[in-house]
Design a protein around this ligand. Structure first.
Ligand code: GLA
Length: 459
């Protein structure tokens, strides 16, 4: 080998070496937010088994969800029963997955989809199954050998010290990379402080506690609103948690009402009144069809992963129409990979400290306008009303221009946008053109009513 080619080789090696270690995550996946289904909100720990997962995968296909872009079928907590004493390999629950995970993964792959699995960076998962702490290499290799394409790593029973958390996620990231298989890495630490470093560790990072009813949905929105958009981009996304679906929410309150009613025979007894008020509190947090649609619009403008958590065998026609809206999905999957931000926000700043402990405050009476820049120069907009009364929200010419500037700061620099800009407006839910406008005034329903548009600047 000549001296110059040896030098060239050394330089190339150094370049590759520094790239691998400076850039952190370079796994080539997650160029767009992930779309798929996750078992947690649907099956929890009770119905998680091979028969159900394969049935669900077939439904993702037959319901037209796969065609709409949903291509991950993700198995969440409760699939394992511990480790083999000698090999330390994780053991799938033999009753639920008698043939193991691989045949389930093969089935999902044959349908043309990808498969996800779940672990935890602590010694146990949130539902007390075996976690990966200390076994990252062997677990990553096991998952790769099963054909896993997506790994969600939770944070129960693990340190909340930021440095320790980043270091632990780094260990799993490197273990996944070392398998040579392309595996989407989904961090689940339920906190906004992952966002600034998230893209060096994984392909998405959970920014909030679990979203499973309307107040927790609002909480997740208010956390993203806290300047997190800047951290999202191709390869790494803010994960605002799973899609909930109409009619889902706190089922415990209803369950308690039913259970306790067995002991209560007089409808006027104090016990009944107490239980009735409990039911009212419980029912108030069930997600309405409008809130379900609003979640989809906002998650799309956030560029959050879109992971369906609803029971597919009983999905409502409304939710199916919502989740397969091509125009809205196109906003989520826009190739430029920007994330939306607010131009109008009358809501209080998120109490990130309270959120860290899973507290969900009542939803305040406020509204927001979100904008997101799209690759072709269009701007996506969501108007959303959190107040309990219907509200008209206006975005005048200055507001629209601010949106354009904010969404497209680079493009608009130096241009005089104040000379009056008109926009062609497409309503992404009615799919109808709303003509050419210089300002907008939008009537919004109460408690999470929203509208979503695609605007094209005309001059
Ligand atoms: C945590 C996560 C959820 C789910 C459960 C499983 O709560 O945030 O998304 O994975 O654990 O136990």
């Amino acid at each position: 080998m000549s001296k110059s080619s040896a030098l060239f080789g050394l330089a190339a090696f150094c370049l590759l070496f520094s790239f691998a270690f400076v850039a952190g995550l370079q796994n080539g996946v997650g160029q767009l937010p992930a779309m798929g289904y996750n078992t947690w909100n649907d099956l929890r720990c009770h119905g998680i088994n091979a028969a159900n997962v394969t049935k669900i995968a077939s439904m993702v296909q037959s319901l037209g969800l796969q065609k709409a872009g949903y291509n991950y079928v993700n198995i969440d907590d409760c699939w394992n029963v511990g480790r083999d004493n000698f090999t330390h390999v994780l053991l799938p629950d033999p009753k639920a997955f008698p043939e193991g995970i691989k045949p389930v993964a093969d089935f999902i792959h044959q349908l043309g989809m990808k498969v996800g699995i779940y672990t935890d960076r602590g010694p146990l998962t949130c539902a007390l199954r075996a976690g990966s702490m200390g076994f990252e290499t062997i677990d990553a290799q096991t998952f790769a050998s099963w054909g896993v394409d997506y790994l969600k790593e939770d944070s129960c029973w693990a340190s909340i010290n930021h440095t320790v958390a980043f270091q632990q996620y780094g260990v799993m990231r490197d273990a996944l990379n070392a398998t040579g298989r392309e595996i989407y890495f989904s961090l689940c630490g339920w906190a906004p402080w992952y966002a600034p470093v998230g893209s060096s560790l994984g392909n998405s990072w959970r920014t909030s506690p679990d979203v499973n009813h309307w107040p927790s949905m609002y909480q997740s929105i208010s956390i993203i609103e806290n300047n997190l958009s800047q951290y999202a981009g191709p390869g790494g996304w803010n994960d605002a948690d799973m899609l909930v679906g109409s009619g889902q929410g706190e089922k415990h309150s209803l369950f308690l009402l039913c259970a306790a009613s067995l002991f209560t025979h007089s409808s006027f007894s104090p016990a009944f009144l107490f239980l009735f008020s409990f039911y009212k509190i419980g029912s108030a947090v069930f997600v309405t069809p409008d809130q379900s649609r609003t979640q989809f619009s906002l998650w799309s403008i956030f560029s959050s992963p879109l992971l369906i958590g609803t029971t597919l065998s009983s999905i409502t026609p409304w939710d199916l129409t919502t989740y397969t809206n091509k125009d809205v999905i196109a906003i989520n999957q826009d190739p430029m990979g920007k994330a939306g931000m607010t131009i109008v926000n009358t809501c209080p700043k998120a109490d990130v400290h309270a959120a860290a402990f899973g507290a969900t405050a009542p939803v305040p009476a406020c509204y927001q306008i979100w904008v997101k820049e799209l690759f072709n120069g269009d701007m996506a907009m969501v108007f959303v009303n959190f107040s309990p009364i219907a509200t008209k929200v206006t975005c005048d010419q200055a507001c629209l221009v601010k949106g354009l500037h904010k969404a497209m700061a680079a493009r608009m620099k130096g241009k005089n946008a104040n000379g009056g800009i008109k926009f062609h407006v497409l309503n992404l839910w009615s799919h109808k053109s709303e003509g050419v406008v210089a300002d907008m005034s939008v009537a919004l329903g109460p408690n999470g009513g929203s509208e979503m548009y695609r605007l094209r600047p005309m001059n």
